[in-house]
Design a protein around this ligand. Sequence first.
Ligand code: UD1
Length: 288
Amino acid sequence: RRPTFYEADCNDEAAIERIFTAHPSIQGVIHFAASKAVGESVQKPLLYYKNNLLSLIVLLEAMQRHGTKGIVFSSSCTVYGQPEILPVTEEAPIQVALSPYGNTKQINEEIIRDTIHADAPFRAILLRYFNPIGAHPSAEIGERPAGTPQNLVPYLTQTAAGIRPELRVFGDDYDTPDGSCIRDYIDIVDLARAHVEAVRRLVEGQATEPLEVFNLGTGRGVSVLELIRTFEEATGVRVPYQIVGRREGDIEQVWADPARANRVLGWTARTPLSDTLRNAWKWQQRQE
Ligand code: UD1
């Protein structure tokens, strides 16, 4: 099916109002539109606060005016900081944000919580993403970062393609089995499927609480070195890399306890990491 598409800035109240007016049947909103580079947010905090906070407020107001049933919001595991207990559950305490980007995710969660608390006429689901990676298996949809990639997988695939001379591994002196950082890498298509379940839950009135929170991860922690090895085995392509110093602001290790999403949403991450990395590589090879 070909979806109706509008290109509009979510901060543009008039544009958002026009879309809601043109489609009185809108039942639910999935709000993905945000700036997401941690380093850039430190350089341009106002851009991040404006893009990420204002857009949510504009959408919530439009939803209130138009009687929309629910919103699914893209949050992040960054709200947990370095958790004391792993795997991390949704009950883990929220920690002081390490970047303006992380802070916008926390404030957005609070904006939604306060709005619901004030008896907003809709419900919300917060999805806390761990590390989304990969591309659609068709290689028709993937991520193309502007400029030098900041995230591990796009940097890795560009290195494998010879666009970058080598991948830098940020630190091998962490307190982890191989010394490199551990994350929970979640396949982008698995992640997308969770949104379908979440928005369905909202519009079909199945949500048991006005506000629900779910971790979206695999439940498995993978180190940077392990990820490089898995990529090489899955694709047969070597990735030149060098160990360098730690990256400022990185946490040592985090992975999800996705049990609540498994149980309540009926959703499970099912794509093996090797398939996800093969899809990322297929996508990379289609880029000029
Ligand atoms: C960060 C954010 C996360 C955000 C995500 C997407 C935090 C704590 N995390 O995740 O909220 O949603 O970006 O932008 O703010 N690495 C290398 N070499 C590289 C790049 C990365 O070794 O060239 C390592 C990093 O040290 C890290 C891992 O790879 O251990 C993953 O890094 P990255 O892909 O940037 O994601 P996060 O920093 O985990």
